[in-house]
Design a binder for this molecule. Structure first.
Ligand code: NAD
Ligand code: LMR
Length: 330
C-alpha cells in the first residue's frame, strides 16, 4: 500500500468544497491505488457545517480515504500537506468583477502563505482557486518564505474547459477533440482564450471554423463572461465545474502532458517568457514533464491580435499587484 498523499482544502464547507472533497476522496486526483489524507480548513463559524461534511465523507466509506482533519487552525490545516488547494474566500455577486474581491480576500492569503511555509511537506504545491485567484496566489507565494515560487499555481483551467466547450459546439466536434487551447493572463474578464493556436482534431481551429468574426468576438467574450453568466443564471458562482477544473489542474500537473499539447494554469512569471513581466501570476501554455516538474511551452506563435489581448490582461495583473503592494513583503 502506498503512503498517503495529504491534501489541504480551505473553504472546505463552501459550495466548491462540497463538489471537490468527495471526488478527491474517491481517487480523482491521484488514481485508484493512491490513499489520501484530507485536512479541511474553515473559519470558526463554518466549523459546524464542516462537521456535517465530514460526517458525509465518513458515510461514504471511501477505500482510499485515510485521515480527515477538520480545523480552523492554519498550522494544523497545512501540517505535512503535499497539495494545498486554496478555495476559501468570498465569491463575487452579480454586478461585481473578480478584482473587486481583492480588498476582501487578498489578506486571507498572507497568513495562509506563511502557514504553508511553516508546516507543509517539503514537496508542497499550492493551487489557488479563491478569487481573484492570480493575485491571491501572488500574495500567498510572496508570503511563503522558502517555498520555491514554481510550486504556486492559480486556476485558469475552468476557462480553458469553457473555451474548448465553445469551440466544440461551434464546430460540431467533441470537446475532447479540441487541443492546444491556452488561456493567457488573468482569470478575469480580460483573459485571452487563444483560438489562433487551438486545434480541432489536429487541424487549426481557424481552418475548421470559418466564422472568424465569431472567433474574434463572441467566442472570446463568452469565455470571459462565463462566470458572470453562471452567477446570473444560478444566483451563485460556478461550483461543480470549478471543482472539476481544480481536479483537472492537479491531474495535469502530476501527469506528463501529451506530446504537442499544453494546458493552462497561471504560474509565477520569471520574466523570461513571451515578454511577460516578472513577478505576477500569469496564465500561459504549460507542459508537465514529470510529476513535480513543468515548463512553459515557448515558441507558440503570437500574432498582433493576440499580442494586444495578452498585453491587456497582463496590464490588469500589474495593476492588481500594485493594489496589493502592502500584502507583498519586499
Ligand atoms: P462559498 O462562499 O460557497 O465558500 C467559501 C468558503 O470559504 C466558505 O465556507 C467560507 O466560510 C470559507 N472561507 C472564507 N474565508 C476563509 C478563510 N480565511 N479560511 C478558510 N475558509 C474560508 O464560495 P465558493 O462558491 O466555494 O467559491 C470559493 C471561491 O472560489 C470564491 O472566491 C470564488 O469566486 C472562487 N472561484 C474561482 C474559480 C476559478 O476558476 N478560479 C471558479 C469558481 C469560483
Ligand atoms: C468563475 O469563473 O465561474 C468564477 O471565477 C466565479 C466568478 O466570480 O466568475
Amino acid at each position: 500500500m502506498k503512503a498517503p498523499i495529504t491534501v489541504s482544502v480551505t473553504g472546505a464547507a463552501g459550495q466548491i468544497g462540497y463538489a471537490l472533497l468527495f471526488r478527491i476522496a474517491s481517487g480523482a486526483l491521484f488514481g485508484p491505488d493512491q490513499p489520501v489524507n484530507l485536512r479541511l480548513i474553515e473559519i470558526e463559524p463554518a466549523l459546524p457545517t464542516l462537521e456535517g461534511v465530514v460526517m458525509e465523507l465518513d458515510d461514504c466509506a471511501f477505500p482510499l480515504l485515510r485521515e480527515i482533519v477538520p480545523t480552523a487552525d492554519l498550522n494544523e490545516g497545512f501540517r505535512g500537506t503535499n497539495w494545498a488547494l486554496l478555495v476559501g474566500s468570498v465569491p463575487r455577486k452579480a454586478g461585481m468583477e473578480r478584482g473587486d474581491l481583492l480588498g476582501i480576500n487578498g489578506k486571507i492569503f498572507t497568513g495562509q502563505g506563511q502557514a504553508i511555509a511553516k508546516n507543509a511537506a517539503s514537496d508542497v504545491r499550492t493551487l489557488v482557486v479563491g478569487n481573484p485567484c492570480n493575485t491571491n496566489a501572488l500574495i500567498c507565494a510572496s508570503n511563503a518564505d522558502g517555498v520555491p515560487k514554481d510550486r504556486f499555481f492559480a486556476m485558469t483551467r475552468l476557462d480553458e474547459n469553457r473555451a474548448k466547450s465553445q469551440l466544440a459546439k461551434k464546430s460540431g466536434a467533441h470537446h475532447s477533440e479540441v487541443t492546444n487551447l491556452c488561456i493567457w493572463g488573468n482569470h478575469s474578464a480580460t483573459q485571452y482564450p487563444d483560438f489562433t493556436n487551438a486545434k480541432i482534431n489536429g487541424k487549426p481551429a481557424t481552418e475548421v471554423i470559418s466564422d472568424h468574426e465569431w472567433l474574434k468576438g463572441e467566442f472570446i467574450t463568452t469565455v470571459q463572461q462565463r462566470g458572470a453568466a453562471i452567477i446570473k443564471a444560478r444566483g451563485a458562482s460556478s461550483a461543480a465545474s470549478a471543482a472539476n477544473a481544480a481536479i483537472d489542474t492537479v491531474v495535469s500537473l502530476v501527469n506528463p502532458t501529451p506530446a504537442g499539447d499544453w494546458h493552462s494554469v497561471a504560474i509565477y512569471s520569471d520574466g523570461s517568457h513571451y515578454g511577460i513581466e516578472k513577478g505576477i501570476m500569469a496564465s500561459m501554455p504549460i507542459r508537465t514533464v514529470t510529476n513535480g516538474t513543468w515548463e512553459v511551452v515557448d515558441g507558440v506563435p503570437v500574432d498582433a491580435f493576440s499580442q494586444g489581448k495578452i498585453d491587456a490582461t497582463i496590464n490588469e495583473l500589474l495593476e492588481e499587484r500594485e493594489a496589493v503592494q502592502n500584502l507583498i513583503p519586499a
